[in-house]
Write a protein that binds this ligand. Structure first.
Ligand SMILES: C[S@@+](CC[C@H](N)C(=O)[O-])C[C@H]1O[C@@H](n2cnc3c(N)ncnc32)[C@H](O)[C@@H]1O
Length: 133
């Protein structure tokens, strides 16, 4: 099994046994500080890489209703959890797959967030370079 397949398997299990909500609770107090520093403004484009249960996507939708909001996660169960928890009506775009992801356009986003994800990537340098683009 490849590294990314192992990551997908682990986080599918976490999504099924309630650990995504545990991560939201545990990461939330730190994540909100970083999220606020992004100062997402109306009409801006926001991406969360490795969005888990999608809590920052919902923050973006609550605080900035006109933002274009995207979340990507390699775990289909995390993506489905994030979709189930989304009552925002903000048209959040959910992508299931590994980042870098072919449907994510380069030079497109105003703000990018990621919490505890890059160290799971098979090649962190190329992941960081894709995030810079
Ligand atoms: C430790 S969890 C953090 C989830 C969320 N950011 C949070 O703070 O709760 C890591 C997440 O990153 C996802 N992930 C790991 N490597 C990824 C990759 N290369 N592309 C997309 N998602 C990835 C996992 O499926 C998992 O949902």
């Amino acid at each position: 099994m490849s590294q990314i397949e192992r990551v997908r398997t682990v986080f599918n299990e976490w999504a099924e046994n309630g650990r995504a909500e545990g991560m939201e609770l545990g990461h939330g107090p730190t994540a909100i500080q970083a999220f606020d520093l992004l100062a997402l403004a109306p009409g801006q484009r926001y991406l969360d890489i490795g969005c888990g249960n999608g809590y920052t996507l919902r923050w973006a939708a609550e605080r900035c209703r006109d933002a274009e909001i995207w979340g990507v996660d390699v775990s289909p169960k995390m993506i489905s959890l994030a979709q189930d928890m989304d009552a925002s009506g903000a048209g959040i775009r959910y992508l299931c797959g590994q980042f870098p992801h072919p449907e994510i356009p380069p030079n497109y986003f105003d703000a990018i967030f990621s919490m505890e994800v890059f160290h799971y990537m098979p090649a962190i340098e190329s992941g960081l370079e894709a995030q810079r683009r």
